[in-house]
Design a protein. Structure first.
Length: 494
């Protein structure tokens, strides 16, 4: 049985760390961005964008090994799991030499000091981030969520504090130096203080090739997924000025910070869900708990999106007036928190070993990426601006959510009626989220540049109060409905 309370208990450690990181990084991010200005922030964002792409270009050897390690541990095959783990880690780190070299060579193509320094330090950040990601994933596979939560907490606290302390001294370069220091410190703590993983160099080429064939769709899937997530920023970086990139990247960065707790939750959910699927004869047996869990986290995501939309405009007007042009972009991108959450469960089910539909899932992501890129080119050609690019991100993500559920429906529901009940509740949650946002945009509650400081603070409190009241009521209704569904066969989700 898929234990909702167990998943929430374990994930609370990670999502708590992510939430603390968000609480710290949001104000620090605003202060840092305002200190740098839109142009310098855009130059930094250009480097970090391509560093992100470099970290996403993978052979899939680790992804294939990670999935197999989880499956072997679920069948009590510890020695085989350890052998697969070491082959996968060795292959991942060897491959990393290539993208790290490309990042270093990129230094030759720029003449401004910010991007030259950024690309020079990028390989250091690359290997630190890659190694810490690999170590965290291996502890996830063993369901050692406590140690990962601790490391995430250290990162969540250390990075914003170091940025805040260094940005006034070394300016934009702090956004390269601090991540490098933090990631390598995390690696050292994993190796010195975390439970031993039995890591050893394993250069079995035949095994690496086998894991690459298995994991390549997952590795490409990660690249396609993040290319899809980053297509808006990439469009701005390609076609627009550093100033415009700074505005858009500022909004997108803060949205990503808000998504982090949900990503941490997914990190806990994946090994638990895949282990349970591996042990069950009927995948749909996990459906009732999986769907209830989806509704709970979707409601939380809707409330979080509305809170972000309520607070962003007054906070930026107070603390980072240079970035007031990003308010509308952020308000649109905030809806991605909801649609990314909705696709979490069906995406994990499709990528499990037993279901084995990772290629189909990859195809859906590639289709969404192509559609998003084409739509962005169209709006750039028409001169419709950054708001239209942000809008493309959201409506295409919504369409992807529909397609993913359509494909995964046979694995999550035992009947069409069960699916309709689930979808009806999701539609109610989405409608509530949209109505709350529309209410915030009414002239009485909207934020105007002419407002004084005291008026902005009052508006912030009122807007947050509106969202809290709306979702307190919505959450109570959902809790009541889920309680009835859990105890009444006629109203159960599946």
């Amino acid at each position: 049985m898929l234990s909702i309370t167990g998943i929430l208990k374990h994930s609370s450690k990670l999502t708590g760390a992510g939430a603390i990181g968000t609480v710290l990084n949001l104000p620090v991010g605003i202060i840092v961005a305002n200190q740098l200005g839109t142009d310098a922030y855009g130059q930094v964002s250009f480097v970090t964008l391509w560093l992100t792409y470099a970290m996403l270009v993978r052979t899939g050897v680790f992804e294939g090994g990670q999935r197999e390690v989880i499956d072997r541990f679920s069948r009590q095959e510890a020695d085989a799991a350890r052998h697969t783990q070491n082959t996968a880690v060795s292959g991942e780190l060897l491959w990393g030499i290539m993208p790290a070299t490309v990042l270093l060579l990129a230094t030759l193509f720029f003449h401004d000091s910010v991007r030259m320094t950024g690309f020079f330090l990028a390989p250091v950040i690359y290997f630190g981030s890659t190694f810490s990601r690999v170590l965290a994933s291996l502890h996830y596979a063993r369901q050692s969520f406590g140690i990962v939560a601790l490391m995430n907490m250290i990162r969540s606290v250390a990075q914003p504090l170091l940025l805040l302390g260094s940005v006034f001294a070394i300016g934009p370069y702090s956004l390269f130096v601090v991540p490098a220091l933090v990631e390598w410190a995390i690696v050292a703590m994993y190796l010195l203080y975390a439970p031993k993983l039995g890591l050893a160099l394993s250069l079995n080429r035949a095994e690496m090739w086998r894991l690459t064939r298995v994991g390549l769709p997952l590795g490409i899937g990660a690249l396609v997924y993040w290319a899809y997530r980053l297509v808006g920023v990439t469009t701005i970086a390609t076609w627009c000025s550093s100033d415009e990139l700074g505005q858009y990247a500022f909004a997108a960065k803060l949205t990503d910070l808000a998504i982090r707790p949900i990503a941490d939750f997914g990190g806990v959910l994946a090994p638990v869900l895949w282990t349970q699927i591996g042990r069950t004869a009927d995948v749909t047996s996990i459906g009732p708990d999986a769907n209830r869990l989806t509704l709970v986290v979707t409601a939380v995501a809707c409330a979080a999106a509305n809170l972000m939309q309520a607070g962003f405009a007054p906070v930026v007007s107070l603390a980072a007036p240079k970035f007031e042009g990003s308010v509308g972009i952020f308000e649109i991108l905030a809806f991605n928190v909801v649609f990314l959450t909705i696709t979490l469960m069906p995406g994990l089910v499709l990528n499990s070993v037993k279901v084995g539909k990772q290629k189909l899932y990859l195809g859906l992501l590639m289709g969404a990426l192509i559609a998003n890129a084409a739509a962005n080119y169209a709006v750039v050609y028409q001169g419709w601006g950054m708001w239209a690019i942000a809008g493309n991100d959201v409506w295409i993500q919504a369409g992807l959510a529909v397609l993913v559920y359509f494909v995964a429906q046979r694995y999550l529901f035992r009947s069409a009626a069960d699916a309709r009940r689930m979808y009806a509740v999701v539609v109610c949650l989405l409608t509530t989220c949209a109505l709350v946002f529309a209410f915030l945009k009414l002239p009485r509650f909207d934020i105007h540049p002419s407002l004084e400081t005291s008026e902005l603070i009052l508006a912030l409190g009122v807007r947050l109060g509106i969202v809290a009241a709306a979702w307190a009521g919505g959450g109570a209704l959902l809790y009541y409905w889920l309680g009835r569904a859990a105890h009444s066969p006629a109203e159960s989700l599946t």
